[in-house]
Design a protein around this ligand. Structure first.
Ligand code: KG4
Ligand code: ZN
Length: 354
């Protein structure tokens, strides 16, 4: 018999609920963002995020069930993000899921948010294990070799900023609107990526770790030099800096992806996260995959960014693998997918990176 799961996501700044079936049918996927609430603060404010999640979660779940045309009693389980992320938000989701599970008698499954992203190509494309996942968002950046629903090996990740965070900071220092990714990409279209010599961090080091903070500082320095020399930035300067930055990010991610594919021999490269929307990056990754003889999969953007369909799906996979959680399910701000990998440094402005 087909399984139908409710998914709940509230680990960062999107409140989301979804209803998904094990035949990969997404019956409903509701995402309520909080961008406007945090706009004045230059980043996600955890307290504001937690309060907004607590306010909106009920309505999102109701909306998802209504779009799916189902009642709670029609479901087979409840999957909820139990970490990693901002603790207040994760707690809001976990508490709601526990309440629903008690009230309905349905099984409760705690899902790792990163597993949700990492298993998305199985939901969208039915891809078989094993495959290589490059997760690039505002809060995460890592290469994962995915060999099963609970089997992830981290090959490398950022040692400082996540790439989306770097795009956002570049936009800020060039006076472009947030979120920075789309505005930097738009400005870069009119730019010359070779005008400024920007670094390709960590390419001289073996392995798949990445770093973006030095690149950001290099752009800042070029901006300040221009401002000192000519009293400000011209439109073309801005475009050239954006194009140069974007090219450097794409170069670094492409080369590290080439290494990760060579190391694993994975037949498929999949991407997830908001930065996967970047066309220059997509084109670079597509080329690298083709050279390695691997298929390239980029899920539709609404399933690349934070959503609850991926949580419902990861819940179904975990349920099928025998996972069941109780009322002692904990909300975990930090929860690395690969328990054997060394911890990543620091936390991004959107929460823990690993
Ligand atoms: O996955 P996501 O929606 O949120 C989390 O980080 O969880 O990713 C958002 C990030 C933002 O930093 C945004 O600037 C970046 O993805 N982004 C892009 C593009 N669109 C969104 N970065 C580069 N190019 C884009 N076109
Ligand atoms: Zn995410």
């Amino acid at each position: 018999m087909a399984l139908t799961f409710l998914g709940i996501e509230s680990s960062c700044d999107d409140t989301a609920a979804a209803v998904v079936r094990d035949d990969r049918d997404i019956l409903a996927s509701v995402v309520a963002g909080q961008t406007a609430l945090h706009a004045d603060f230059g980043g996600v404010v955890p307290e504001i995020a937690a309060r907004a999640h607590a306010e909106k979660l009920d309505a999102c779940v109701e909306e998802a069930l209504s779009q799916a045309g189902l009642r709670l009693a029609d479901l087979d389980g409840i999957a909820v993000t139990a970490g990693p992320g901002l603790i207040g938000g994760v707690l809001s989701g976990v508490m709601l899921a526990k309440g629903l599970a008690i009230g309905s008698g349905l099984p409760l499954i705690g899902v790792n948010h990163l597993a949700g992203h990492a298993l998305t190509p199985r939901l969208t494309d039915g891809v078989a294990y094993p495959y290589l996942m490059l997760l690039v968002s505002g809060g995460h950046c890592q290469f994962l070799s995915v060999t099963g629903p609970d089997s992830f090996t981290r090959l490398g990740g950022t040692i400082d900023d996540a790439p989306g965070e770097a795009f956002d900071k570049i936009a800020k220092l060039l006076g472009l609107p947030q979120p920075g990714g789309p505005s930097v990409e738009a400005a870069a279209r009119a730019g010359n990526p070779r005008r400024f010599a920007l670094p390709r961090p960590l390419l001289d080091r073996p392995g798949c770790d990445l770093s973006f903070s030095g690149l950001k500082t290099a752009v800042l320095r070029q901006r300040d030099d221009l401002a000192a020399a000519q009293g400000g930035l011209h439109e073309q300067d801005r475009a050239d800096l954006c194009a140069g930055f974007q090219a450097a990010v794409a170069d670094v991610l492409a080369e590290k992806t080439r290494r990760a594919l060579a190391q694993t021999g994975a037949p498929v490269l999949a991407v997830a996260g908001g930065v996967a929307a970047n066309q220059t990056l997509r084109a670079a990754l597509q080329t690298i995959a083709a050279e390695a003889g691997a298929a390239f999969l980029a899920p539709p953007l609404r399933l690349c960014t934070d959503n609850a369909a991926m949580i419902a799906w990861a819940g179904i996979e975990a349920y099928n693998a025998g996972q069941r959680d109780g009322m002692d399910l904990a909300a975990r701000p930090r929860w690395p997918l690969d328990q054997n990998a060394a911890p990543m440094l620091g936390a991004g402005k959107k929460g823990a990176k690993a």
